[in-house]
Structure formats: structure tokens, C-alpha cells
Design a protein around this ligand. Sequence first.
Ligand SMILES: NC(=O)c1ccc[n+]([C@@H]2O[C@H](COP(=O)([O-])OP(=O)(O)OC[C@H]3O[C@@H](n4cnc5c(N)ncnc54)[C@H](O)[C@@H]3O)[C@@H](O)[C@H]2O)c1
Length: 254
Amino acid sequence: MELHNTIAIVTGAASGIGYLTVCNLIKAGAKVAACDINESGLQTLDAALDCGPERFFYQQFDLTNEASIKKFVTDAFQKIGPCNLLINNAGILRDGHLVKMEEQAQYYALPTAQWRAVIETNLTAPMLMARQTILEWLTLKIAPALIINVSSIAAKGNSGQSAYAASKAGLNALTQCWAKEFSSHGIRVVGVAPGLVDTPMASSLNASDFLEITKASHLGRPGKPEEVWQLIKTLIECEFMASQTYPIDGGNKL
Ligand SMILES: NC(=O)c1ccc[n+]([C@@H]2O[C@H](COP(=O)([O-])OP(=O)(O)OC[C@H]3O[C@@H](n4cnc5c(N)ncnc54)[C@H](O)[C@@H]3O)[C@@H](O)[C@H]2O)c1
């Protein structure tokens, strides 16, 4: 797919990797429909792009709301035209051991609500976004088309990351399932699995976790959103990259 012919849907566009991805897509001549729960971040992005509503459309909503996802995808096709790219980028990080002894022999147990929030945002929402978008693609006979799922190296499993790791491992499995189900319709499905990337999400880690994860890569530094974009750009342009989740992690040693 050529970047300037891309009509993209991007989730989690108000910050970090999503924000930069939208900026670079618009710079390359693409059209973008973006969403996020963070209204002010979307307004900042809109002002920075300054490219008009026919090239950039945004909607604020919570991706855990199924009805809002349906409305957004339908509106996106109406506002910017026949979308041919979906980037499932939005995600949250809420770490915590399943059970851990804390001070004075008190046990911490991972709150069920925390587990559910991570699974709903990182796994259920991408499924709902993809289901609605693929419905449009098959109905309107749009091909070639592409889904990029933003996963994480944490999908391998990591201490203190039960919910996050499970959500990203599930997302990798969905990449495989959809590739098998929709390749014959001209739909490619791929994933990117970053290591630590310098975004507000990474800044939310405590200092010792940040240092430990940084040291766990051969390059010994966090990645930049721009470096993740380079992989996303390659995945859009290179039609032979299909069905896999590609790591971009500075040489993760774990
Ligand atoms: N930063 C890292 O170190 C890193 C590493 C591996 C994978 N990732 C993945 O990359 C993706 C982007 O992360 P980032 O680092 O840019 O983080 P970020 O926190 O800067 O951006 C995530 C965006 O998703 C939005 N979002 C979260 N929950 C939402 C919801 N329920 N509804 C709508 N929007 C919601 C947030 O408002 C935010 O704008 C995520 O899927 C994350 O898991 C990040």
C-alpha cells in the first residue's frame, strides 16, 4: 500500500506512538480517522495537523464501549472515505503481581477490576474495532486492506504483568486468526511488538522497573516513537510482510 493512498483509522491517537503515527501519516498525504478517550490530546493533535476535516476526523470516546466503536467506524467511512488501514494502537498498562506479600505479612492480590480494564482495553476493544472495520471492508469490497495490531514484547510473559502480558499475547493470537481468516479477501493482518518506548506510558513505570527493562535490551536504551513508526511505515508499504507480529525492541534479551 502506498502511504499517500492510505485512509487510516488509528486508536489511541492523543499520545505517544499513536500521536506520532497520525502526524506522519498526514505528513505523507494520507487521511486519518482518530479516536482516544483523551479529548484535549485529540484537540492538540487536530491543531498541530491543521489539515482540515476532509483529511483528519476525530472522535472522543472510551474504547471499552461497544456502541461507540460501531458509531466511530461508521462515521469514519462517511467522513474521510473508504478506509483501508486499521491501526489498533490504544492500550493501558496496569501492573501488579497476581499475589504478593507486602509489609507485615499482608498479601496484595491483583484486583479483578484491574484485570478486566486491561483485557477490555487491550484485547476486547481491538477485536471490536477489527470486527466492525472488516464488516465494512467485506460489504464494500475494499481490498487491499491492512490491520496493524500494536502488541508488546511483554506478550512473552513478564513478572508483575499478568493482565498486560495476557492481553498482548491474546492480541498476537488474534493477528494469526485474522490473517488466516481474511488473507483470501486481500486483507493483511500484522502486529508490532515494541520493547520499552519513550512515551507517557513508559513514564508511568517506577524508576527501578524503567531501568531494569532498559537494561534488558542490547542497546540499553528505550526506543523512540519515531523508530516504531519506521516499522509501521514498512509494514504499510511492504506487501510481503504478513501474518506475523514483528519485534522492535533494541535487542531484547529476556
Ligand atoms: N511505551 C511503551 O514502552 C510500549 C511498549 C510496548 C507496547 N506498547 C504499546 O503501544 C501502544 C501505544 O502506547 P504508548 O506508549 O503510545 O502509550 P500512551 O499512554 O502514550 O498512549 C496510549 C493512548 O491510548 C489511549 N487510551 C487508553 N485507553 C483508552 C480507552 N479505553 N479508550 C480510548 N483510548 C484509550 C490513551 O488515552 C492514550 O492516548 C499501546 O498499545 C501499548 O501497550 C507501548
